[in-house]
Design a protein around this ligand. Structure first.
Ligand code: ADP
Ligand code: MG
Length: 693
């Protein structure tokens, strides 16, 4: 018997070599193949003769390649230009920056192309979908006799052709037989959805483009619904116990902290603190996500929350994603909380075993009130005496499972989670919908957003001149190098080289600079960060380890090397490191020659937009649903079809349906039904957390 988990090698014609190639696409089982959805369609049932093309229309045509050329543009792109002809006329096809096409097609090739027709000097298909046809017509008709008029275009990997992919998917559909429906019939009917089985047959082998669209809608809904159902279940499970510790402090400690600060809370911070305070006083555990743009002052809210818990007699676990950040929070806490008599200790990975043992026993005996740390904090063997509140900073770096793991250490501690990336509210609900949400939508007064400049490479020396002048006046600067090809080794080398170069830079003579990267030992990193924060280093050359959360208010300048290699949200995080003090801040994005159009567009967005929420939205839009931000890091399967930005209505609907269903059916009934089996298959281990018993 075959089922969704059957490995691909059981399909005909898939030997070890092909199985290995398919694995490159993440395809290992029949179920994976079933969910390998087409990225486009070629509609062969309506072939438009080239002589009848109209600008603006989306059409499919067939023609022979009369000429083929590879042209280099001034910006370093290598574009393929093809003149296609049929008996009725000619048209041009252009593919941007896909020079490998010269190995795929040439003069005389017969092509099927599909896309938007534009008038640009002559009629032109821009980046059309294409398919190579056999050079004589008869063969072609023969081969595709079974595939109808509309054929799917799949994402491919080297060594697997469209033809093979179509055959494999067809085989999988055949082997699996009718796919059972798992949604309540009432919901399917209410939304007028097509059945699960029909949706998969139509999305892979559509009888019409309209049907393919219906299929896509059903599958998109399902992706969102599954996620929302998971969240609804999680929420139900976490809300169930009324066994949380009711933390009801007078607020003396927090009051003393706030009275001693040189600034007043923003209204948004005050609101957030009020909500947290109410949460802590309840017997249901708090599960709150605190969102805000970089620099909006989330840490202070977290520290006040910690002090409220401590005053009520609880221990607090404060988790940061990196050692640098844990070290920074440790310094902040030492400055703000130690004078109040609160005992704070830091747990890092690399501490000597003896020291670690002593810390652990102090924690277990209740001698430590706030425990700061990275992952080391959730290692086995770390026990708390009376854990009442867990704070997780820059949440997206932590897997959801880890969060649950830590929560398991107390009975039912309260949890406050801070997100580094300001994402629009509906999206936050999609990703973290099992949490309550508080948005800090205001920054401390007097902040001026950093001014972002695109710096042509040729102006680098002039920029250094400017920076040197600012350093002379007491400013501090970051130089950030990106991850190179995801290799830490190269990453490191780029930063080291830049550090060398700057040290020999005459203009910067007299200013000491530090180097910071991920390979350094934690004490070393801490030492460099301290020196920079204390102003001993006037500039810091760093890999992206500083991306998250680092706070040195005196630093007002930032140079970002190879900004084209960063995502938008990441760039925004980076530049959020400056503009934290009162002096105006400047960010220089070094623009090298030959970057692609997408990267250029991203950089333009950075220059023009300073609102983190807008940038996050744009980032999501550009990356598309396939790489939905945060979904990967949270350990959830990516959305393949659903586009919550393009269609927020569908998300809202799915959310309402899922929460209503959990409310109406209850967990026990759901756990016995087919939807639960589906979630187990999609979300694996996560569902074990919600085992009902
Ligand atoms: P983020 O929200 O990015 O984590 P931080 O918590 O690091 O921001 O705060 C950024 C800086 O703003 C810190 O130096 C912090 O001390 C300062 N800050 C926080 N709240 C206020 C406020 N209400 N007024 C002025 N400065 C503040
Ligand atoms: Mg922060």
């Amino acid at each position: 018997m075959t089922n969704l988990r059957t490995p691909l090698r059981f399909l005909q014609g898939t030997g070890p070599a092909r199985v290995a190639r398919l694995a490159n696409l993440g395809l290992e089982t029949l179920g994976d193949l079933l969910e390998h959805y087409p990225r486009a369609y070629l509609d062969r049932s309506h072939i438009t003769p080239l002589g009848e093309l109209q600008p603006g229309a989306h059409v499919t045509s067939v023609g022979c390649v009369r000429s083929f050329s590879l042209r280099r543009t001034r910006r370093g792109m290598r574009n393929v230009h093809v003149i296609l002809e049929d008996p009725t006329g000619v048209a041009e096809c252009v593919w941007f920056n896909q020079p490998y096409l010269q190995r795929v097609m040439g003069r005389g090739s017969r092509l099927l192309v599909s896309g938007q027709v534009e008038l640009y000097r002559r009629l032109q298909f821009k980046n059309p979908e294409y398919e190579l046809l056999p050079e004589t017509e008869g063969e072609d008709d023969d081969r595709d006799a079974d595939s109808g008029g509309i054929v799917s275009v799949y994402p491919l990997t080297a060594g697997v052709s469209q033809k093979v992919m179509r055959r494999l998917v067809g085989q999988a559909l055949g082997e699996l037989g009718a796919l059972p429906e798992f949604m309540p019939a009432e919901l399917v009917a209410r939304h007028g959805f097509i059945a699960w089985d029909a949706a998969h047959r139509e999305i892979h082998r559509p009888t019409s483009l309209a049907r393919a669209e219906e299929a896509r809608r059903r599958i998109a809904y399902q992706e969102l619904f599954d996620l929302q159902l998971l969240l609804a279940i999680s929420r139900r499970v976490h809300q169930r116990p009324r066994t949380a510790w009711r933390l009801v402090p007078e607020g003396r400690l927090a009051g003393r902290l706030l009275a001693g600060l040189p600034f007043a809370l923003t209204a948004a911070q005050t609101r957030a603190i009020d909500v947290v305070r109410q949460d802590l006083a309840r017997d249901r555990p708090m599960h709150r996500l605190l969102e805000g743009d970089v620099g909006s002052g989330k840490t202070l809210v977290a520290i006040v929350a910690a002090l409220l818990a401590v005053e009520a007699g609880a221990q607090v676990a404060f988790m940061a994603p990196t050692e640098i950040l844990a070290g920074q929070h440790a310094r902040t806490l030492a400055r703000w909380c130690a004078p109040l008599g609160v005992v704070t200790e830091t747990f890092l990975g690399g501490q000597p075993a003896r020291e670690m043992r002593a810390l652990r026993s102090a924690l277990a005996a209740g001698g430590i009130q706030i425990a700061l740390g990275t992952h080391a904090l959730i290692q086995e063997g770390v026990t708390f005496h009376s854990l009442g509140l867990v704070i997780v900073d820059e949440q997206h770096r932590f897997g959801v499972l880890q969060r649950a793991h830590l929560l398991g250490k107390g009975r039912t501690p309260h949890a406050l989670v801070m997100s580094a990336t300001p994402i629009p509210r509906t999206l936050a609900l999609t990703l973290f919908g099992d949490l309550d949400l508080t948005v800090i939508d205001e920054k401390p007064p007097g902040r001026v957003a950093p001014k972002t400049h695109l710096l042509p490479e040729g102006r680098y020396a002039a920029m250094l001149e400017y920076i040197a002048g600012e350093l002379d006046r007491g400013a501090q600067a970051y130089f950030v190098c990106p991850l190179v090809e995801a290799s830490e080794e190269l990453d490191l080398r780029a930063a080291t080289e830049l550090h060398e170069r700057l040290q020999h830079e005459e203009r910067l003579a007299g200013h000491r600079g530090g180097l910071l990267h991920g390979r350094m030992k934690s004490e070393e990193k801490d030492r460099v960060m301290r020196a920079f924060a204390a102003g001993e280093f006037r500039y810091l050359v760093s890999t992206t380890v500083i991306e998250v959360g680092v706070d040195v208010p005196n630093a007002s300048l930032m140079v970002i090397e190879h900004p084209e290699r960063f995502g938008l949200s990441q760039l925004h995080q980076l530049r959020g490191r400056v503009g934290r003090g009162r002096q105006p801040a400047h960010v220089f994005l070094v623009r090298r020659k030959g970057i692609g159009p997408d990267a250029a567009r991203r950089l333009a967005v950075m220059v023009g937009e300073s609102d983190g929420f807008k940038i996050a939205e744009e980032d999501l839009r550009q990356r598309g649903p396939g790489d939905f931000f945060g979904v990967r890091q949270s350990g959830l399967p990516p959305l393949k079809v659903a586009d919550p930005i393009g269609d927020p209505g569908l998300l809202e609907t799915a959310r309402r349906d899922a929460f209503d269903l959990v409310a109406a059916e209850g967990l026990a009934a759901l756990a016995a039904g087919p939807l639960w089996r589906r979630l187990e298959m999609r979300f694996g281990d996560r569902m074990k957390l919600y085992a009902v018993g």
